[in-house]
Design a protein around this ligand. Structure first.
Ligand code: ZN
Length: 376
């Protein structure tokens, strides 16, 4: 068994290499398993990789495991997938269960330690059954656009932090805490350099994943989908974030999975957004495959915490990093501080955090895989 800390990859390339190296282990269980790739159209060194196999006897159910929709979050996501492959996958029955493991939905973002893709697109605002990349969507974003996406070089960190706090206070006073949060997170389709930008059409990364979802729902009676994210929720307790399209309550799933923290992605418990990937697979199932059984969820590994401090810090970190990306920083030190804060939000280095994150993932794997009938 790999030790917990050594599971965390340090580069996109080494993570991908390790992922590809799992093929023989998967092959031992599923003799038809194969490695597939989508090479990004603008850079043939960047690939979305997946290992897929049908069940060896009868396609009853499939396990779908996805990582890195938000590129920088794939360092943690890849860790959890590796743990799954080593310790949980061997307990699955390949005769009746297919497997689909996806490494780095957003490889450019992983390689470059950004959340969005090369075009600054947050892929989790692009998964729409009925694609509407409407530039007028979320008009309230305009009210906070100048605050979120300041133009000009990132200068002194302390002054920027103070300016941020005043700006935040002013904006919350104007449109309320709830109004601010909704406008921020809902997604927007007009400022291509702004936070939570969803683009103008379905990106190639998104299209690749959509095709895999269709295959899974078409060929299997039951689909279990686990997706990995970081940044949201309490620092030392991973949250399972369910789609608002799943009718089960959070309390129901906490009992069912014997897992202490489940929330639903509604405006009350989490936040409402357009183009969410988990909502997409539910909408697809409900529209085109109503007879199929589906459970899909996101593992959200919290980092800055869910106290007021944490809630206020995440936008700050994202604003500074995005500004430094587009407009540069006054010197290397300020640029490094912006990147460092960003890593702390999506790819923490603290050892105690890493240990607890893996432990939480194990507890969730155990609870979900048992309850859904994938392991006994
Ligand atoms: Zn994420």
């Amino acid at each position: 068994m790999t030790t917990t800390l050594s599971l965390f990859p340090t580069t996109y390339e080494s993570s991908r290499e390790r992922f590809r190296g799992n093929l023989p282990a998967v092959h031992k269980m599923w003799s038809k398993a194969a490695l597939h790739q989508h090479t990004l159209s603008f850079d043939n060194s960047l690939t979305i990789d997946w290992i897929y196999s049908e069940a060896t006897e009868k396609n009853e159910k499939i396990l779908v495991f996805t990582t890195g929709e938000h590129g920088v979050e794939c360092y943690v996501g890849s860790t959890m997938m590796q743990r799954f492959i080593e310790d949980y996958m061997p307990r699955i029955d390949p005769r009746t269960t297919g497997i689909l493991l996806v490494h780095a939905i957003n490889p450019w973002g992983m390689k470059n330690h950004r959340r969005g893709n090369k075009d600054n697109i947050d892929l989790n605002r692009t998964f729409m059954l009925d694609p509407q990349f409407d530039p007028t969507f979320n008009p309230a974003y305009d009210k906070i656009d100048a605050f979120l996406n300041p133009k000009g070089t990132l200068t002194n960190t302390i002054i920027n932090n103070i300016a941020y706090l005043f700006g935040l206070g002013w904006n919350i006073a104007r449109i309320g805490m709830r109004g601010f949060r909704d406008a921020l997170l809902l997604g927007q389709y007009r400022n291509s350099q702004g936070l939570y930008y969803g683009g103008v059409e379905i990106p190639e990364e998104t299209r690749t994943i959509m095709d895999l979802y269709k295959l899974a729902l078409r060929d299997y009676d039951q689909v279990l989908h686990l997706d990995m994210h970081t940044g949201y929720g309490p620092r030392y307790q991973m949250s399972l974030v369910n789609s608002s399209l799943d009718k089960g309550t959070s309390e129901y799933f906490e009992k069912r999975f014997n897992y202490p923290l489940v929330v639903a992605a509604t405006a009350d418990e989490f936040y409402a957004i357009r183009g969410d990937m988990i909502d997409y697979i539910y909408a697809l199932q409900q529209r085109d495959f109503p007879a199929k059984r589906l459970y899909a969820t996101s593992f959200e590994f919290g980092t800055l915490g869910d106290t007021l401090y944490g809630l206020f810090q995440s936008p700050r970190v994202m604003i500074h990093e995005n500004r430094a990306h587009w407009h540069g920083a006054v010197n290397k030190k300020v640029h490094a501080q912006a990147k460092q804060g960003f890593e702390g939000l999506f790819n923490p280095s603290a050892q105690d955090w890493k240990q607890k994150a893996v432990k939480d993932a194990e507890q969730a794997f155990d609870g979900i895989l048992k309850a859904e009938g994938y392991i006994s």
